[in-house]
Design a protein around this ligand. Structure first.
Ligand code: C5P
Length: 223
């Protein structure tokens, strides 16, 4: 049984990867199972919050009591998030949003007509995707924003920089790629006061702990 520490609050969460189409059969994406974001959605709903989960392509069931909006690309994710963000008290960005997308998506499959080794591979031109977290944090009255940082090195340093660059009060740092697709995780909370490491646990346990942290901070944030 979870105490209803988020009763009456609305949480908006992004989860999973985004998928950026090259043509109808090919695309570029990020590695993310969506498990951490889905665990946070579940834990927040258990804690009494009204939860909206904007999910990229993942193979996970929707947690009980959670409203889910499925999207593919970063721009679709932004379009789903922006009309909702201001009406929420908390925005948790766990999604591994692709930083770039193909500058053009081809309407038809790019054909590989030449014999092997005979033709130049097509060149892929990339365009920058919107930063969803930074866009929400820049709203005139933003919800309390929580970002995630997955890095393969210098994790805490990058998390601190990310917190300042995106102007968000809390960043949750996890040492990627070791956590991708796994059921457990080790996370460090990085805020203005410093760092707090949570001991390694399964993602639902960590999500419940994070929800308690968010609830506590929310009382200060809205005071
Ligand atoms: O610096 P980086 O982009 O890796 O920061 C990761 C954090 O920003 C995560 O919370 C992620 O969900 C969010 N993000 C986003 N939109 C992007 C890129 C990252 O919301 N285009």
């Amino acid at each position: 049984f979870q105490p209803k520490v988020l009763a009456g609050k609305k949480l908006l969460i992004t989860a999973g990867p985004t998928y950026e189409a090259i043509d109808p059969v090919r695309g570029i994406t990020n590695r993310s199972s969506g498990k951490m974001g889905f665990a946070i959605a579940r834990a927040a709903a258990e804690a009494g919050a009204e939860v909206t989960l904007v999910a990229g392509p993942v193979h996970l069931p929707t947690p009980i009591g959670v409203r889910r909006i499925d999207v593919h690309s970063a721009r679709e994710m932004l379009d789903a998030v922006m009309p909702l963000a201001a009406a929420h008290q908390v925005f948790v960005a766990t999604a591994a949003v692709a930083d770039w997308r193909p500058a053009q998506t081809q309407a038809h499959k790019i054909k590989k007509n030449a014999a092997p080794g005979q033709a130049q591979p097509p060149q892929l031109e990339l365009a920058e995707n919107p930063d969803i977290l930074a866009t929400v944090a820049a709203l005139p009255h933003p919800p309390m924003c929580v970002g995630f940082a997955a890095e393969s090195q210098d994790l805490i340093q990058h998390a601190r920089e990310k917190r300042q660059r995106k102007n968000v009060p809390l960043i949750v740092a996890n040492l990627g790629p070791a956590t991708f697709g796994q059921d457990d995780n080790a996370i460090t909370l990085v805020d203005a006061r410093g760092e707090r490491e949570l001991s390694r646990a399964d993602k639902l346990t960590l999500a419940r702990e994070l929800v308690r942290e968010i609830a506590q901070r929310l009382t200060l944030y809205t005071a």
